[in-house]
Design a protein around this ligand. Structure first.
Ligand code: ADP
Length: 411
């Protein structure tokens, strides 16, 4: 700026000297000096205005930039707090590969502190790191399932673009462990059902083929084969009935039909219905039940009691069966005790699983489907209760059903 003023002064002084040399007019000299001063002052004023304008522009630019950064930060915080309420993990990288957002679930799944760190921070979890790395490098949609610390995760990445320029990527992480387990369980269940159906079916097929092929079989043998065919058909029928109960209970909208019912009468009815079978097996039996009205699904509770009493009969060759029902502080307690074969420690929990039998041959002889206890457990739990067993091998078992009353009841 100073240089410019000096240049102007030099030009005017040259002009003044030349004018003086030509005209020696003093007034002309004063006029030129006047112009020079006016020129310098104008230039200085102009510069000052320009500087002020520049200052204002820079300040307004700075202000707008700050505002935009603050807005972005606020939006990010909003997204973060919103994403914390999602039931899936969320990770957002910017174009530099810096983690701008990692929600609560994401941190919880992988136990990492990630905010504002480069995605290299994920290296400890190799499969997750590989996925994030590829999403970032390839700038495209990706999907992959990984297993980490015994849990299954479904990863989906989406690139973010602004005016066709890559701005980072979003990665959504779903914990699909429950789904995967359900899938595994479903596969196992289908395999078990097929296996259970295979034996009676091949028996029916085999004996019916013999009967059709060999017309000379004597009547006794023919009857024996026909009885076997009937037995296996009944087994299949029972299995299908139990499977239908399971299918019904597995439905999401399944609900018990709770009715205030005299639980003592339900127990006595079931006991009386089955006492003829106990008599036929020469098993002594008795019952002692305290009266009480309880909110239960009577049909389902009857099924549970039938199953437990039938088991007591099937797994007891001699001795007795005793049914007890009484009220304690929290529950109505039903005990079904037998002096049968008993269950050892290693099988006590297992017997409540679908298709689990301690002795397959014995269970087959009694026509059991291996589903009774698992159905019973499900029904009792849906009533808010529990089922357990006390047992000693070769001495007998006591199955204990607890159904909550009043304060604990599910009504
Ligand atoms: P099942 O149709 O085989 O009886 P359950 O689910 O009712 O199927 O029972 C599962 C297994 O638990 C039975 O196969 C048997 O091994 C065992 N179990 C059940 N009740 C008794 C009992 N009262 N005494 C001894 N073992 C029992």
């Amino acid at each position: 700026m100073q240089r410019r003023v000096i240049q102007i002064i030099i030009i005017y002084l040259i002009g003044l000297a030349y004018a003086m040399y030509l005209t020696s007019d003093f007034l002309l000299g004063i006029l030129i000096v006047g112009f020079m001063i006016y020129h310098i002052v104008s230039i200085q004023n102009l510069n000052r205005t320009l500087e002020q304008d520049l200052d204002t522009s820079v300040r307004s630019l700075q202000y707008r930039l700050d505002k935009s950064i603050q807005e972005k930060k606020a939006t990010l915080e909003q997204v973060l707090s919103l994403s914390d309420s999602f039931s899936f993990g969320l990770l957002m990288l910017d174009e530099e590969g810096i983690i701008q957002l990692a929600n609560k679930d994401m941190k919880h799944y992988f136990d990492l502190e990630l905010d504002q760190k480069p995605y290299d921070a994920l290296r400890t979890i190799e499969k997750l790191y590989d996925f994030v790395h590829q999403s970032y490098i390839l700038e495209s949609n990706l999907r992959r399932q990984i297993v980490y610390a015994g849990a299954d995760y479904d990863l989906i990445s989406t690139p973010l673009y602004e005016n066709n320029i890559f701005k980072g990527c979003f990665i959504i992480i779903h914990d699909i462990t429950i789904l995967k387990n359900a899938e595994k369980y479903q596969k196992q269940f289908t395999a078990d059902v097929s296996h259970e159906l295979k034996t009676p079916l091949s028996t029916i097929k085999g004996f019916s083929e013999i009967l059709l092929r060999d017309q000379d079989i004597d009547t006794d043998k023919r009857n024996e084969f026909l009885e076997l065919i009937q037995e296996e058909s009944l087994r299949m029928e029972r299995l299908l009935k139990d499977l239908m109960i399971i299918a019904q209970m597995d439905r999401v909208d399944y609900e018990l039909e709770l009715v205030e019912s005299p639980i003592d009468e339900i127990i006595t009815e079931t006991y009386t219905r089955l006492s003829r079978v106990m008599d036929n097996k020469s098993l002594s039996h008795s019952i002692s039940v305290e009266p009480m009205t309880l909110a239960v699904d009577p049909y389902k509770i009857r099924q549970v009691l039938s199953n437990l009493i039938n088991n007591a009969i099937n797994y007891t060759d001699q001795g007795s069966i005793f049914i007890e029902g009484y009220v304690d502080e929290t529950d109505y307690v039903i005990k079904i005790s037998d002096t049968g074969i008993g269950i050892d420690d290693s099988n006590r929990e297992q017997i409540f699983k679908r298709f689990y039998r301690v002795d397959k041959t014995r269970s087959r002889k009694t026509g059991g489907s291996g589903l009774g206890l698992s159905i019973s457990k499900n029904v009792v739990q849906r009533h808010g209760g529990s089922i357990s067993v006390d047992s000693k091998l070769d001495e007998g078992s006591t199955f204990i059903v607890r159904l909550p009353h009043k304060d604990n009841a599910i009504l």
